[in-house]
Design a protein around this ligand. Sequence first.
Ligand code: SF4
Ligand code: SF4
Length: 318
Amino acid sequence: MNRFAQKLREHSISLCRGRPEILQVNVGKLCNLTCVHCHVNAGPKRKEIMSRETIDRIIDWFGKTDIPTIDLTGGAPEMIPDFCYFIKRVKELHPSRHVIDRCNLTILLEPEYEDLATFLASHKVEIIASMPCYSPENVNAQRGEGVFEGSIAALKLLNSLGYGTDAHLPLHLVYNPVGAFLPPSQAELESDYKRELKKHFGIMFNNLYTLTNLPIGRFASYLRRNNKLDEYMELLVQAFNPATINGLMCRNTISVGWHGVVYDCDFNQQLGMQWNNGALMFLWDVDPAKIEGRKIMTGAHCFGCTAGAGSSCGGAIV
Ligand code: SF4
Ligand code: SF4
C-alpha cells in the first residue's frame, strides 16, 4: 500500500469516483514552451499527438453521455493539427457541451496560430491560462525568456475579443509556485493579480486558480537536481488536509490520453497509471454507467492535491 493510501486509511477515507462532470482530454505532449515545472515533460520536439481517428472515437463516446464539459489540455492543445476540428465537432453535439481550452497564452501569438483567439471566442470556448506571476522575473524564470511579455500581449488580445468581460467568454488564470513551496491564499493572490494586471497593463480576467506543483515529470527532476525532493514530499505530507478529499478532481473528472487510454487524472496519466491495473483500457470501451463508485488509483504524488487548501484543475479546493 502506498503512503497516500495509508494516510486515507488512517482517516477512514475511501476514495471513489462520483458522477462524471468533466472529460479532460490530453491531446499530446507537443508544446512551444519547456517550462521548469511541467509535469507532462512537454516541448517543441515531442511527437505524441492525438490523431483524428482517436478524436472521432472520443467524441462518439462523449456524445452518448450526459457529461456537460470537455476540457482540452496538453502540451499546448492548440498545436495538434485537428484542434479546431475537435472543438467544431464537440459544438455540433446535442445537447451542446461546454469546452475549456487550457492555454499557455504565448501560442496565440505564434505565426501559424494568429486566427486562433478569434476562433476560440466565436465558439465560446472558456480559456484557462497559465500565468505564474504578475511580474516578469518569475514568469520568465519558470517558463522561459520573453514568456511574460508574450503572455501579456496574448491577454490583451483576449480582452479585446471580450474574454474576461463578456459573461460568455470566461478567462481564468492559473498560478503555480515557482519553487518547492505551497501556493499562498487563492483569494488574496487573485486580488493582487487583478490589481496589478489592471494597473500596469489594463488586463481583466475572471478568476485566479492556485495550483500546487506535483512532484512528477520535469518538476520532480528539478527537485532532485536541487536535492529538494524529499523535503518537498515531506512538506506535502505534513500539510495533508482531509477536507480536500471531496473536491479532488479525480472524483468528477475522467482523464484521457493522446492515444485514447483512460486514467483517473492527468497526473496518473503522466505516471502511466491507467485504469485496469496496467492493462490498456480505451475510453470507448468504458461503460459510462459504471464510472460512479469506481475506486481511484493513488500514489505518493496525490499528497500534492491534498496539501493545505488543496489543488485541482479549478484551483484551491477548500
Ligand atoms: S507547463 Fe504547459 S506550457 Fe509549459 S511546457 Fe508544460 S504543457 Fe507547455
Ligand atoms: S493525483 Fe490528485 S487528482 Fe490524481 S488521483 Fe491523486 S489525488 Fe486524485
